[in-house]
Write a protein of this length. Structure first.
Length: 344
């Protein structure tokens, strides 16, 4: 949890190091970037170095202050997250930490509040937080962590210094997966699937990859059938499982991207097979001749809309998948706006 432990985020870390060296750490940061790239780890590492008993270019990681932050028991560092069973961070939680922020540090050098995920604050909670951002206490720091920063109130974004976190290199993901005990071949495939996010990587295990690929294959094939019964059955089975649905849709995007690449190359040109194509073998072979690049692009757009509907609008997974299948089927030959699911 030290700066030295954070991978592939040199630009973000340089911002923090310059601010610390010049003693000009702002009162609020907004960490932007997709989930699973080290934003929360960086927030904890920054809290550690600001309160470390032996500060230097990095925290020591072993002093009493560092060990308390690692153990989530430091009285001057708080991490505010989504309460169990809730879909949003309520205003009561923000008001509670506001009163805590007004008190002088108990034993540390800086009062630090981390809110993750900040984009799940209710509107009332966000407006309440705005007061603290407008009138920060000297020596305090608020870090907002967001996967969808555009959904935050503009007034909140404008009062924070934005720090962008990029995706992890595939080699980094492979290395981390190997350290977690995954086999080399499967680690390479998952790294190709997760697009530089360890959170996405955590959605895949060696056992469920093949099962999810079968669901992707069935959805793609069924979308072209006169009556997409298989697709509707899959949608019904996913009714209450958001994580599984997202994992399948993210895998579908990767598969469609591979198909687009394969179909876009000139006939006869040799194309090196990716780790995904090699791993899934026959299942991918059965899809390579289906659809034009334009058709693939339509499918990709439909999957993106389904993922957005689930992650930003909290749509029921079954409805999201059903709507995706409708969009993938496209307009009817008769020119109607959108055909009913089950009719061509």
């Amino acid at each position: 949890m030290r700066f030295a432990d954070i991978r592939d985020q040199d630009a973000a870390l340089e911002i923090f190091k310059r601010a610390i060296a010049s003693d000009k750490v702002p009162h609020a940061y907004l960490f932007e970037g997709q989930a699973g790239v080290g934003k929360n780890t960086a927030a904890r590492a920054l809290a550690m170095i600001l309160n470390c008993e032996e500060p230097g270019d990095d925290s020591c990681g072993v002093c009493t202050s560092c060990r308390k932050i690692i153990g989530n028991v430091h009285p001057d560092v708080r991490f505010l997250g989504l309460p169990e069973g809730k879909r949003r961070i309520p205003i009561e939680m923000v008001r509670n930490v506001q009163s805590w922020m007004e008190i002088r540090p108990h034993e540390g050098k800086a009062k630090v509040l981390v809110i993750d995920p900040a984009d799940l604050l209710t509107e009332q909670a966000a407006n309440a937080l705005l007061k603290t951002l407008e009138e920060p206490r000297a020596g305090s720091l608020i870090m907002l962590i967001s996967d969808h920063a555009s959904s935050l109130l503009p007034t909140i974004r404008s009062r924070c210094q934005s720090v962008r976190f990029g995706t992890l290199n595939e080699s980094t993901v492979v290395d981390l997966l190997l350290k977690n005990g995954l086999e080399q071949e499967k680690a390479v495939v998952i790294a190709a699937l997760c697009e530089g996010s360890m959170e996405r990587a955590s959605r895949y295990t060696a056992e469920d990859l093949a099962q999810r690929m079968q669901a992707v294959t069935a959805l793609l094939r069924s979308a072209d059938d006169n009556t997409p019964r298989d697709a509707m059955a899959i949608a019904a089975a996913l009714k209450g499982d958001r994580d599984e649905t997202l994992a399948i849709l993210e895998l579908m995007l990767q598969v469609l991207d591979e198909l687009m690449w394969l179909r876009s190359n000139p006939p006869g040109e040799t194309v090196e097979e990716s780790a995904i194509v090699k791993f899934f073998g026959e299942l991918m072979d059965g899809l390579t001749e289906r659809g034009s690049p334009g058709r693939m692009a339509q499918h990709i757009a439909a999957v993106h809309r389904a993922i957005t509907a689930m992650t930003r609008n909290n749509m029921n997974p079954q409805l999201a998948v059903e709507g995706m299948v409708m969009a993938m089927r496209g307009r009817t030959s008769g020119g109607e706006a959108w055909g009913r699911i089950g009719a061509r």
